[in-house]
Ligand binder design. Structure first.
Ligand code: ATP
Ligand code: MG
Length: 574
């Protein structure tokens, strides 16, 4: 696999192989100009960043070519689906900015057609009921190098098969005693064509169809039929289904012969799934992280779920930008997390107003500024958008600044506050540091300085004093304290759980071993006054710190709580 770690080498060409294919079909008039795609989640978990790639691709192509994209719940498996997941999926796709119009479907509504199709296949000699045990079936399946062996039940007559299938449906048999199999070729080099199972007995209650059925279609059988019923033109799926494509085509071809579906038939097209460093994108692992309490729930901002992303402050535009940038290809690769983070930065840089927050506050006292006096400084809301105007930052004798903006003994190249040095308080005055106060442990409790009255930003002559340091601050008299959650990557290693060079042979590494212990720290920050009334999901750039969002769960106007979405620069790139 290749590793892409800079945005440039994955910047998508104006086109990709799926677009080319669609345009080819349009030119040839294959579908009469129609482009119809689908996003078919199984409602057994929350959507993650990988699904966002698939959603942006399917809905994006439909939008681009004036077609439609269906949202289809692939709920043919009776065991796992839950309404909570259905609701979360609907909300996530909407949040990403897509609309399925009237095309919201449940695959379980197609059970009757799937059943009728199976009856047809049996009647036409293309399917049979196999009564071998699971072990016998496995043993007779053969291997990659060895052909399979025909089941002793393969020669059952269509009449006998139909009778057995009807009795399977009627509930006469226990789970696992019979399966319906497609009759293709037990010697096929493609194991998926060695008479794959298409219906199994499962006495289970389904969330939609209740106890109406005790036989359920296999996924590989159900999916092509779902596509054909809905008139899907291009059925996009991830690469692991490539070996299933011959069965997809075989099945729909047989059913078209039987008059079930018109030609042309939907075309399955495979693309590489998203693999992203520093996260895990498998439902099983995500469920484990939530269940074992490694994160605070499905919407924990560190989790690569779309609900988590939303709480983190990631944007729908950022995901669309990301999907365009990584493009689609036919070969598996890893995308570095910094590519996604850069897309979010680019979107937020445009969209987010600038504000001031001091995350690790220490007092700065201007000893020559009158006690009780305040004045207003003007700060632009967005440096790239003067039309957004300015806001007033109150200035006074006591200010909060970042603790790291003062050093009693400066290190080499340090241009901020140290005794004797000048620095600018951004949008305010230039100040000269005169010293500091400390407690008995030697910790600095206040930094002391004098301001230079003629240097106020925006007044004539403000720039007459040149300084290198430029600090942010908030006036202590007007600031107020708020909780800020500094989120970082959930894993400290790019490929969680992967073997490292030099690992002993017998070492079993779990992805949990790679959790980043510093993925969350909570601080009490001092904020400028106008942030107090931020509404949940309001996004800002806190100058010099990064992008932040008012938490959609815990934040209220008056008592905001902010999450760090992403820092201004990538601190992880090596
Ligand atoms: P599982 O196989 O564990 O059930 P899944 O992620 O395949 O999980 P689905 O609900 O079947 O879950 O996925 C819905 C759609 O999203 C499928 O079309 C699937 O191909 C696509 N998809 C899932 N994961 C990724 C990924 N990492 N990158 C791109 N597409 C993905
Ligand atoms: Mg799946």
């Amino acid at each position: 696999m290749t590793i892409h770690d800079t945005p440039d080498d994955v910047r998508s060409a104006p086109s990709h192989f799926i677009r080319n294919l669609i345009e080819d079909d349009l030119r040839r008039g294959k579908w009469g100009g129609r482009v119809e795609t689908r996003f078919p989640p199984e409602p057994n978990g929350y959507l993650h960043y990988g699904h966002a790639k698939s959603i942006c691709l399917n809905f994006g192509l439909a939008r681009e070519y004036g077609g439609a994209c269906h949202l289809r719940f692939d709920d043919t498996n009776p065991e796992k689906e839950e309404q909570e997941y259905v609701d979360a999926i609907i909300e996530a796709v909407r949040w990403l900015g897509f609309d399925w119009g009237p095309h919201l479907y449940h695959a379980s509504n197609y059970f009757p057609t799937m059943y009728a199709s199976a009856e047809y296949l049996i009647g036409a000699g293309h399917a049979y009921v196999d009564s071998q045990s699971a072990d016998e079936m496995r043993a007779n399946r053969g291997t990659l190098t060895e052909a399979g062996r025909d089941s002793p039940f393969r020669r059952r007559s269509p009449e006998e098969n139909l009778d057995l299938f009807h009795r399977m449906k009627a509930g006469e048999f226990a789970d696992g005693t019979h399966v319906l199999r497609a009759k293709i070729d037990m010697a096929s080099p493609n194991i998926n064509l060695r008479d794959p199972a298409i219906y199994r007995i499962r006495h289970a209650t389904h969330h939609n169809t209740g106890d109406e059925w005790c036989i359920y279609p296999m996924y590989t059988y159900a999916h092509p039929i779902e596509d054909a019923i809905e008139g899907i033109t291009h059925s996009l799926c991830t690469l692991e289904f490539e070996d299933q494509r011959p069965f997809y085509d075989w099945l729909l071809d047989k059913l078209a012969e039987g008059g079930f579906f018109p030609r042309p038939l939907p075309q399955q097209i495979e693309f590489a799934r998203l693999n992203l460093s520093y996260v895990v994108l498998s439902k099983r692992k995500l469920i484990q992280l939530v269940d074992e309490g490694h994160v605070g729930g499905w919407d924990d901002p560190r989790l690569p779920t779309l609900v988590g992303a939303r709480r983190r402050g990631f944007t729908a535009n950022g995901f669309q930008r990301f999907a365009e940038r990584i493009g689609v290809s036919k070969s598996d690769s890893w995308i570095d997390m910094s590519v996604l983070e850069d897309c979010m930065r680019e979107d937020l840089n445009e969209a987010a107003p600038r504000r001031v927050a001091v995350l690790d506050p220490v007092k700065l006292i201007l000893t020559n500024y009158a006690e009780g006096q305040t004045e207003a400084c003007q700060a632009p809301n967005h440096p790239l958008k003067p039309e957004l105007g300015k806001r007033e930052l109150p200035f006074g004798r006591e200010l909060w600044i970042e603790r790291e903006d003062f050093m009693e003994v400066p290190s080499k190249g340090y241009h901020r506050l140290y005794p004797g040095n000048l620095a600018r308080l951004r949008y305010g005055y230039v100040v000269r540091c005169t010293g500091c106060e400390k407690d008995s442990t030697g910790r600095v409790t206040a930094v002391l300085a004098e301001y230079l009255p003629d240097t106020k930003s925006g007044t004539p002559g403000a720039d007459s004093v040149k300084v290198k340091g430029n600090l942010h601050w908030v006036a202590a008299s007007h600031a107020y304290a708020a909780e800020i959650r500094l989120y970082d990557r959930l894993f400290a290693h790019p490929y969680p759980g992967a073997r490292r060079e030099g690992d002993p042979e017998n070492l079993e590494r779990s992805f949990l071993d790679d959790l980043n212990p510093a993925s969350l720290s909570i601080v009490t920050a001092q904020l400028e006054p106008c942030l107090r009334n931020a509404a949940p999901e309001d996004r800002f750039q806190f100058e010099r710190h990064g992008y932040f969002v008012a938490d959609r769960r815990d934040s209220r106007p008056g008592t905001p709580v902010f999450n760090r979405t992403v820092t201004l620069k990538d601190s992880w790139r090596r």
